[in-house]
Design a protein around this ligand. Structure first.
Ligand code: GTP
Ligand code: MG
Length: 444
């Protein structure tokens, strides 16, 4: 959808300033009409002062304006940025005025989508913008910034060029069927395909790290009522986020917060204590705890270490990493726990936190040193493309090796080529773009 779009680019709510953006073929005219000023002749990238006026000529806001000319703008189109007073109403009025002057309110991510469509960046870079905005730790931010520079796009582009070369070679044999693939050429092709498969595998190996950097390690704080699960969440967070009380069954719903452990975002999920209950709200909470447990990367099973050990969830029943946390050791440690391992803490005395954080780091093998060096960490979409690419490459290689059908090998390789191309957006579909940019904020 072309046309000139406008949106508020800063968060909704009162602030020092609000920034509005206008982009499209008529951006200078639209903003010029709102400002009653000819912006088509002004110097670009220079801040001007102006008044946004309503239809009747009354001042709506006193603003600063910067004009950019396409193609050397973020979107690749003519763009105007308007910085006004950061009030909710005044900002809305300025936006209304821009719409009255001919702009349309932008869809989420539409500015970045235009930047992509105008060749200002590839799809991995467009995605990285959202990763930069939502990064919650330095490591996550570093990975996002690397992707924004185009590291991943370059890597997949190199892979695509390689696959394209192989495909061209294979297709040449289809065009000249009288020529058999001689053994040395065949062997060289197979070797090239194997190398491409290795590249796919290496990129796929970064998917787990990518997911953790983007979403955090899903850490479920699990245990019986009243053992101190909410107290533990508060301890690790450093403030009183969840309600703590001596009444068993205090936490009814799950509470999620992210903490930074050695640069890795750890998403702590405090849950309702597990017990048989007839209270329907508490039953819902217990059911939700079960669900969270299934999705967990790490489970912290909290017990009252001062009491006699009872039945534990234990590591064996879980796919996830597991740490036993023996809380309330200020009340004395029951001898029965000595064989069970785990970490002793006291939430009320704020003791054992460091040991627990260390145990979490060890359990997840979170060595931020090595994490930081890896430039690229693929997301779920890239992972899907790479899996398809690897599958196509393997199928093509096997068919070639068997010498059955060059045509079928070419089909498989073409699928691999398209899957690799999808990563950076060479083969884009309307649906794919809607999926990606729909997750952006308005004005981005
Ligand atoms: N002595 C002692 N009391 C603690 C400790 N940690 C928590 N408590 C107390 O234990 C009680 C329960 O704490 P919560 O954190 O609410 O326990 P919970 O596991 O979240 O409980 P539910 O949400 O009901 O399942 C509160 O009275 C806390 O003050 C501790 O380390 N030592
Ligand atoms: Mg609780």
């Amino acid at each position: 959808m072309i046309g000139t779009i406008a949106a508020v680019a800063t968060p909704f709510g009162p602030g020092a300033i609000s920034v509005l953006r206008v982009s499209g073929p008529e951006a200078l005219q639209v903003a010029g009409a709102a400002l009653q000023n000819d912006l088509t002749t002004v110097e670009v990238r220079k801040v001007l002062r102006g008044l946004v006026r309503d239809e009747g000529g009354s001042t709506l806001d006193d603003v600063l304006v910067t004009c950019f000319k396409g193609p050397t703008s973020f979107t690749g189109e003519d763009t105007v940025e308007i910085s006004g007073h950061g009030g909710v109403l005044v900002t809305q009025r300025v936006l209304d005025r821009l719409v009255a002057c001919g702009a349309r309110v932008a869809e989420p991510g539409e500015f970045t989508q235009r930047a992509f469509l105008n060749g200002k960046m590839d799809l991995t870079q467009a995605e990285a913008i959202m990763d930069v905005i939502s990064a919650q730790t330095d490591l996550a931010l570093r990975a996002a910034q690397q992707q924004l520079t185009g590291r991943l796009g370059e890597a997949t582009e190199a892979l695509r060029a390689e696959v394209l070369g192989i495909l061209a070679h294979v297709e040449a044999f289809i065009d000249f069927p009288e020529e058999d693939i001689d053994p040395s050429t065949g062997a060289a092709l197979l070797e090239q395909i194997t190398k491409c498969e290795e590249v796919c595998r290496a990129l796929l190996d970064t998917a787990e790290r990518g997911r953790i950097l983007r979403e955090g390690v899903k850490t479920v704080i699990y245990g019986k009522p009243n053992v101190g699960k909410s107290s533990l969440l508060n301890l690790l967070l450093g403030y009183e986020r969840a309600i703590v009380s001596e009444i068993a069954g205090t936490t009814r719903d799950t509470v999620e917060e992210v903490v930074n452990i050695g640069g890795i975002p750890v998403r702590l999920i405090d849950t309702a204590g597990m017990r048989e209950t007839t209270d329907s709200i508490e039953q819902h909470g217990v059911e939700r705890t079960r669900q969270k447990l299934e999705e967990a990367d790490l489970v912290l099973e909290v017990v009252d270490g001062s009491e006699e050990p009872g039945q534990l969830l234990g590591a064996e029943s879980l796919q996830a990493h597991y740490i036993l946390v023996r809380n309330k050791v200020d009340l004395g440690e029951h001898a029965g726990w000595s064989e069970r391992g785990g970490v002793s803490i006291s939430c009320v005395r704020r003791e054992g936190e460091e040991a627990l954080v260390r145990a979490i780091g060890n359990e997840l093998a979170l060595d931020s040193g090595t994490w930081g060096q890896e430039a690229v960490a693929v997301n779920a979409r890239h992972q899907d493309c790479l899996r398809r690419a690897a599958k196509g490459l393997a199928a093509g290689r096997e068919t070639l090796a068997a010498g059955t059908s060059v045509e079928f090998a070419a089909l498989d390789l073409r699928e691999a080529l398209e899957a690799v191309g999808e990563i950076a957006g060479q083969v884009e579909t309307e649906e794919l773009l809607g999926e990606i940019f729909g997750r952006f904020c308005i004005g981005k």
